[in-house]
Design a protein around this ligand. Sequence first.
Ligand code: MIG
Length: 688
Amino acid sequence: MIKKYIYGSPIETGAVVIDMFPENGKPDMFYEEDYKPNCLEFGMTDADVIYGLGEANRGINKRGYIYTSFCNDDPVHTEEKLSLYGAHNFILVDGFERFGVFVDTPSKITFDIGFTDSNILSIECETGDFALYIITGESLYDIVRQFRGLIGRSYIAPKWAFGFQQSRWGYRTADDVRKVVKKYRESGIPLDAVYLDIDYMERYKDFTVDKKSFPNFKEFVAEMREEGIHLVPIIDAAVKIEDGYDVYVEGVRDNHFCKTADGRDFTAGVWPGKTHFPDFLNSKTRKWFGDKYKTLVDDGIEGFWNDMNEPAIFYSEKGLASALEAANEAEGKDLDINSFFALKDKFTGLSNSDKDYASFYHNMDGKVLCHELVHNLYGYNMTRAAAEAFERFDPDKRMLIFSRASYIGMHRYGGIWTGDNQSWWAHILMNIKQMPSLNMCGFLYTGADLGGFGGNCTRDLLLRWLAFGIFTPLMRNHSALGTRAQECYNFGNTEDFKNIISIRYSLIPYIYSEYMKAALSDKMMFRPLSFDYPEDSFASSVEDQLMFGDGLMLTPVYTQNARGRYVYLPEDMLYIKFKSPTQRKYALLPKGYHFIDVALNEVPLFMRKNKLLPLCKPTDRTDNIDTSRFEVIAYADRPCEYVLYDDDGYTTDYDKPEHFDSIAIKEDVNGKLVIFSNKQIVKVSLFN
Ligand code: MIG
């Protein structure tokens, strides 16, 4: 059951798609005497576990720390950080009472989950203007599914976007890209896409392609498609100020940019130098900006990533002027420690400053609003602009689109990647923990920069990370300019990489099926163990294993030099160790703790009873996947079924019944368990 409450006059975010009549008064959940609308408070018993918050930092159980929803471009995701790129204000309380809470507001809000006082959960919303949804249900999963119904169907990516993708900030020319593709193809490591980072543009201008580095772009896009490769260019939020640049000229002429208090176009420095910020909260601006993607779409581009849309601001004109003034004043002076650091802070504090966010304005279809009040809607609406444009260009065709910044609601328009992580072992674990929380908030097409964005990756780190990444819908290796080359062919013997990534390709029909079913019926592909085993008192403290899809469990290795890891089995399970896509080791393991040894080129997977896993023949690109023939692994002692979803991967007719197929274990006339399917089943490994 969902109850809605309204406080003050909340700004419409578009997160919720179901019209609900608000209840009056306060929800009985929040019974504190000093209850006030800008701070919701309630007590937690020692046993309470708190889930949610999507992309937020730290554990699957959010308890014990404080989290601020304020989309933030921070490339160093250490434990003390309060906000990352997304603002996902949904939490799930499991304990004495069980309920979900969604606080719908585009402004800054803080979840203090037992940080200040270990038994108090408080949600602070400075403005006091918000819509509150309290969701109760029979299980955690039931509450999530009701919530997902409230916020609407998740974005669906084209099938090729489930292939392996290679990215790096620093591919400067068409030849750089050709080289990457050639090396992948030569080494037999499957690949479906190569990303174009800011380097492809002309002076970092959105919707331009540098003609010197990419002569005849359209032909190049086609040439890559011939190789089975999609090129995915980046689009940044801010628009370069440059005479004669059409996006800048039209934006100024037609008032598409955010304004200062005195009505001038707000100016700040980002990649290209001085820029203006499109007012994505305005529907006319969304249409205008969205239409700009057409030039690249006409060149054959079928996917984009939207970056810097928190929005990231390196410096504002005002901020820089005041820092320079302080520097001038300091010149020739004998600076003591305090004045030196004050001066230094003037410069280090220039980027993404609250002061700047409070200094420009949106015109939200007639309503003028200061940016700080609607900050969390910016990246969301940039991505919405793109998605709505793609629908106008061709309503029957899916495009790949994902964003860095997001808010709940954006999950209907695109996916997200989890931003600038580092080549740290800790960030594999962070990737693992973010996946179920993101799924709770509707973000299904998502993944981390595999291998880590910042820092220097090592062979073992990349292999272990890929062995988890083969399960995430967005499977992309991406790294920053200046770091060690991170493409899979740069770490000596490529066979291990080929092996791990080929396992992904044999799993794509399954992963794609699970993705589609999750999107079409508001399910989570990745779940904490406690969702599937609510009666198991150990399950909620397991944060390094995940339930995946229909009856699988992931137990990734995420520590340096480990030969394997301990796993917790909440029940008897089938252990499948992939040595290669076609070679596996099986073991039936009883409920409890086990040590499993996992080599760098292997992938561990567990299967619940009465479940099936179809596998296809691995290929080097999604174009070549054959979904008419399968090998099946089954762990069954009674009839059971797997629902396989398949379609052309492009069209938007998702719901057609002919996309659903069945692979079943049934009893034959003699009572023997046999496989049934209208697919060709080339091999069955049945365990019971
Ligand atoms: O300020 O475009 O998160 O993926 O490679 C850095 C360059 C801007 C940040 C993105 C990252 C991308 C990088 N961008």
